[in-house]
Design a protein around this ligand. Structure first.
Ligand SMILES: *[C@@H]1O[C@H](CO)[C@@H](O)[C@H](O)[C@H]1NC(C)=O
Ligand SMILES: *[C@@H]1O[C@H](CO)[C@@H](O)[C@H](O)[C@H]1NC(C)=O
Ligand SMILES: *[C@@H]1O[C@H](CO)[C@@H](O)[C@H](O)[C@H]1NC(C)=O
Length: 442
């Protein structure tokens, strides 16, 4: 069903381009092709925004297809306007100019000097992601959550290699924050834990902090430590490494529709049911979560880190582990959304107008969520779509199953509104399609 919606979206996009390519998929054992070298966060290949935040170096055409990750920037980021926010279809990688990238529709809420992450019917919510990465640090968000069945608010850290640290709030439980973590997107069923919040999470802002060190990870609420995970307790004999978040990660804040009827049953159940789009919890036609400030205290690179610069973090090896991250001075800013890590391109590229019908996706679209994946496991999903994980079960991104980062299935949210510079590049050898890719739900 999602595929049908997807085709419709593609058809709409196609009028301004030519033929729509069958988007290549990426995941373990499946690297992106040379002409669409970057593996975006939803497991699809493309150029442009696919090569920026969320670009998985391990499944891209080569380790340098994705642009290097801009280094951590300590600061107090007050999210009281959209001045420091740029839509994903405009951002070209210059993190010195802009600190946040958006999908969906964040709006300014002046009375409270804050931003609202909104989610209206027919959309897949909103996402804010930092343009810089944190490689260990203390990250705090002062925020409220949304409320209602199927509505999930998230504040997470997510690396391009899919290490993840989560705070998530399901809209039917306004007493608890759910904490969780993953390593390289591997599903582990025992990592989730509820953290009780004093008062509720909706009416009043609380400060949620993630204190991420090379050896330990602590979740705190309003200044009280609620949970600590030690790296030494995460050794995995099978994979022969610590299943501990250890790679540079972006900060993400999102509101997403876990309770869409088209989602896996386990996801909907976890989120408390199917979303009611006539809910008293909506205002101005949307659900919302409010974010006031994000503070970031960057820690020094871990001892033993390879230091060859101070502007970016780079993956040097397919292992995607802490010891393969290098600090470098390489920064890549794309000339246009046709650029990639190896060929960033010029701002005003003159392209030959040969008659290629080739198409390439430039902006990963679809679901702008940005939080925990609460899908039923890939293995059981096809065979038994009623498989219901037990409480707290969480399936993580599984690129093989193609449901990476799927948090909903709408197409109308961020994706279809993306129309960057079509005029400028039409007629180019590569016809551009702003495809809403990345939506694969069985
Ligand atoms: C260990 O890693 C393997 C391979 O990634 C994974 O399938 C398994 O679930 C992990 N085990 C635990 C206990 O986390
Ligand atoms: C990476 O982690 C290992 C433990 O897995 C640790 O011994 C090592 O010092 C770390 N290296 C860096 C550069 O963080
Ligand atoms: C967290 O609390 C919810 C109820 O609000 C419960 O359904 C769920 O099982 C709990 N999760 C864990 C991991 O304890």
């Amino acid at each position: 069903m999602v595929r049908r919606a997807l085709s419709a979206a593609l058809a709409v996009a196609a009028f301004s381009a030519t033929v729509v390519a069958d988007g290549a998929k990426c995941g373990p054992g499946n690297l992106c092709p040379a002409d669409a070298p970057c593996c975006g966060q939803y497991g699809d290949c493309g150029v442009g925004a696919f090569c920026l935040g969320g670009c998985d170096p391990l499944f891209s055409h080569s380790l340098d297809s994705c642009v290097p990750n801009p280094v951590c920037k300590s600061g107090d980021y007050s999210l009281d306007s959209l001045d420091d926010v740029q839509s994903i279809d405009k951002y070209l990688g210059d993190s010195s100019k802009i600190n946040w990238q958006s999908q969906g529709k964040p709006v300014t809420y002046a009375p409270d000097k804050s931003l609202l992450l909104t989610m209206a019917e027919g959309t897949v919510g909103s996402l804010l992601a930092s343009t810089f990465y944190v490689w260990y640090g203390k990250i705090c968000a002062t925020m409220t959550t949304s409320q209602g069945k199927g509505v999930v608010t998230a504040f997470i850290m997510m690396s391009d290699a899919r290490d993840e640290i989560d705070f998530e709030w399901v809209g039917v439980d306004i007493q608890n924050a759910q904490s969780n973590y993953y390593s390289q997107g591997v599903t582990v069923y025992t990592n989730a834990k509820n953290l009780t919040v004093d008062g509720n999470t909706v009416e009043k802002t609380h400060e949620y902090c993630i204190d991420w060190k090379p050896d330990s990870l602590t979740w705190a609420v309003d200044g009280s430590d609620m949970r600590t995970v030690k790296r030494s307790d995460t050794w995995n004999k099978t994979s022969n490494r610590f299943d501990y978040p250890q790679t540079p990660s972006r900060i993400m804040l999102s509101l997403w529709p876990a309770g869409l009827p088209s989602n896996a049953k386990g996801t909907i159940d976890w989120a408390g049911g199917v979303i009611d789009w006539n809910s008293p919890y909506m205002q101005n036609g949307y659900y919302f979560a409010q974010v006031k400030t994000v503070t970031v205290d960057c820690y020094d690179p871990p001892s033993g880190a390879k230091i060859n610069g101070k502007k970016s973090y780079k993956y040097t090896d397919m292992a995607g582990t802490n010891n393969t991250i290098e600090l470098s001075d390489d920064i890549v800013i794309l000339g246009s959304l046709m650029g990639t890590g190896t060929e960033p391109g010029e701002a005003e590229t003159k392209t030959d107008s040969s008659t290629s019908t080739k198409t390439v996706a430039m902006v990963p679209g679809g679901n702008p969520g940005g939080g925990g994946k609460q899908e039923t496991p890939v293995a059981t999903q096809g065979a038994d779509s009623n498989a219901t994980p037990t409480a707290g079960d969480v399936t993580q991104i599984n690129p093989t199953g193609g449901q990476a980062f799927v948090q909903g299935t709408g197409n109308q949210g961020s994706g279809t509104s993306l129309q960057p510079g079509l005029g400028k590049i039409s007629g180019s050898g590569l016809a551009i399609v702003l495809a809403v890719l990345g939506l694969v739900v069985l």
